[in-house]
Design a protein around this ligand. Sequence first.
Ligand code: DNO
Ligand code: MN
Length: 361
Amino acid sequence: MQMSFRWYGEKNDSIPLRHIRQIPGVTNIVSALYLIPVGETWPYEDILALKNTIEAAGLTFKTVESVNVHEDIKLGLPTRDRYIENYRATLKNLARAGVEVVCYNFMPVFDWVRTDLAKVLPDGSTALFYEEDKIRGLKPEILVEQMEHGANGFKLPGWEKERLAHIKKLFALYKEVDEEKLFANLKYFLEGIIPTAEACGVKMAIHPDDPPWQVFGLPRIVTSRANLQRIVGLVDSPANGLALCSGALGADLDNDIPAMIRHFGAMGRLHFGHVRNIIIDRPGVFHETAHKDDAGALSMFEVMKAYHDIGFTGPIRPDHGRMIWGEEGMPGYGLYDRALGAVYLHGLWDAIEKTSGGKQA
Ligand code: DNO
Ligand code: MN
């Protein structure tokens, strides 16, 4: 297991790499080229510059989150072939720079969605909050507007401006795309990129939909064990794998996260772990909480034990944290709570390792 930490780059992230390096046990940075428009090829030189910056700080760069997928690919438009070609070129450049795991998602229009980026919790910290009823009464444009301004002047990562500017047009195009069509479009995409990924030694890791159900009537398919099983079968290659996000999938209590880790891990298709806890007030209403085992609905101990038992050697990162100790910055991506999370998760790992006699089950 390589304990990792997401970093948005020198231009976008207020947290310096030298502070991340001081978190005990964190060795690997998860990052991306955030300034390249979605669909364009990532130049090798730019990837190398990012890698050099990270390595100069004493950390490693082997995991990318995310190379986003152009909307034309998700929609299955004829223009998709050009973007798939660019994606292949990006994967080759990433591999040449030593990147081993590439995370992506296949959510139409939106990446992750919340209704409040700074809900105040009883202890005075703030967390990301999702309330299904609020979404039902909201026009997508209004949500986009709110997200654009975000909390503390920051907007949600993964919400590319140019894509969201065309939101109404996109919604009209998605009227033709149901879940089956989206599966077919994912298959076409995977058939286009997986042979290249496999040949150049990159493992693709699809991130689950967050939340794992339809939002604004748009189809969502990366939501459940059965659908993940179908996805890894769309192209039968070890390069066609998963980024298992406990908090994203865990918002649906039918998803048994430790069982999924064991199942897909045994298949050799689990390439990246996002670990975080959530509190579910009632179905469709949840918020993020501390990573501690008893802080929410998911047992972080059982999650880490499952990773340990499958002998996981890939990257694991703490996911969205709360904003604590007066810290300001990108909601969910402050330093303090994620650093506590990294150390706590690593502590669980060490204890599991030592009490199992260092042997993995
Ligand atoms: C949010 C993240 C997502 C994730 C993408 C992966 O913090 O978990 O934005 O990075 O969906 O492509
Ligand atoms: Mn995640």
